[in-house]
Design a protein around this ligand. Structure first.
Ligand code: SF4
Length: 198
């Protein structure tokens, strides 16, 4: 039986290492997808995009790229500029990313959608899976719920990123996370400890 295709929304190459390695073992063919419009400035988006391109050479997949149009993200998110990391802006950001990913999956007739976002110990995996399921349903695809940080997933991703020489960013991505500092992976998972400082 041929593997079922899953569009894997990739938030950054380091976070993709483990999902991309593990999903084929579950019988899925990974089709990686890059959104990027939440990343600021353009040079940083290009650096992260290039890092994913390098990872795809190693993993043997072909990435589906979105054109970089950050204004689309800023228009929607700027009204929540003063939200702290882990607040409403991050929830909206997840939705913007996963809606775009679901739209692409539907257009490409890829039946399943998943995201690398849940590998971070700093993000709320339950919220991400809930938003992902809504976005997938909106576009007629199925949501593959995963919490990739489980079973040492995050620790493995740090080790693999180091082994592959991947660039690891020092802030989550948007203008607000860049200028205010904070963790490098966005939304805090309340009540969950961070096992390793990224
Ligand atoms: S901190 Fe990260 S998750 Fe939150 S809005 Fe910015 S880029 Fe998105």
């Amino acid at each position: 039986m041929s593997a079922q295709k899953v569009l894997l929304h990739v938030c950054c190459a380091p976070d993709a290492t483990v999902p991309w390695a593990d999903l084929p073992g579950e019988g899925y063919e990974v089709v990686p997808y890059w959104y990027g419009n939440n990343i600021h400035p353009a040079a940083e988006e290009k650096r992260r995009r290039d890092t994913l391109a390098a990872l795809s050479l190693r993993m043997g997949g072909s990435v589906l790229w979105e054109e970089y149009v950050p204004e689309t993200w800023l228009e929607a998110a700027s009204r929540l500029a003063n939200e702290p990391e882990g607040g409403a802006r991050c929830a909206l950001c997840f939705r913007l990313q996963l809606e775009a990913a679901a739209r692409r999956a539907s257009a490409m007739k890829i039946p399943l959608l998943c995201t690398t976002l849940t590998i971070s110990p700093h993000k709320n995996a339950e919220l991400i899976n809930s938003i992902g399921a809504e976005c997938a349903s909106q576009y007629g695809v199925a949501w593959l719920a995963r919490v990739f940080r489980k079973e040492n997933g995050f620790v493995r991703s740090v080790a693999l990123s180091k082994e592959y020489g991947l660039y690891r960013q020092s802030y989550c991505g948007c203008l607000y996370s860049m200028t205010r500092g904070g963790n490098n992976h966005g939304t805090a998972a309340r009540g969950e400890a961070s096992p390793v400082a990224p």
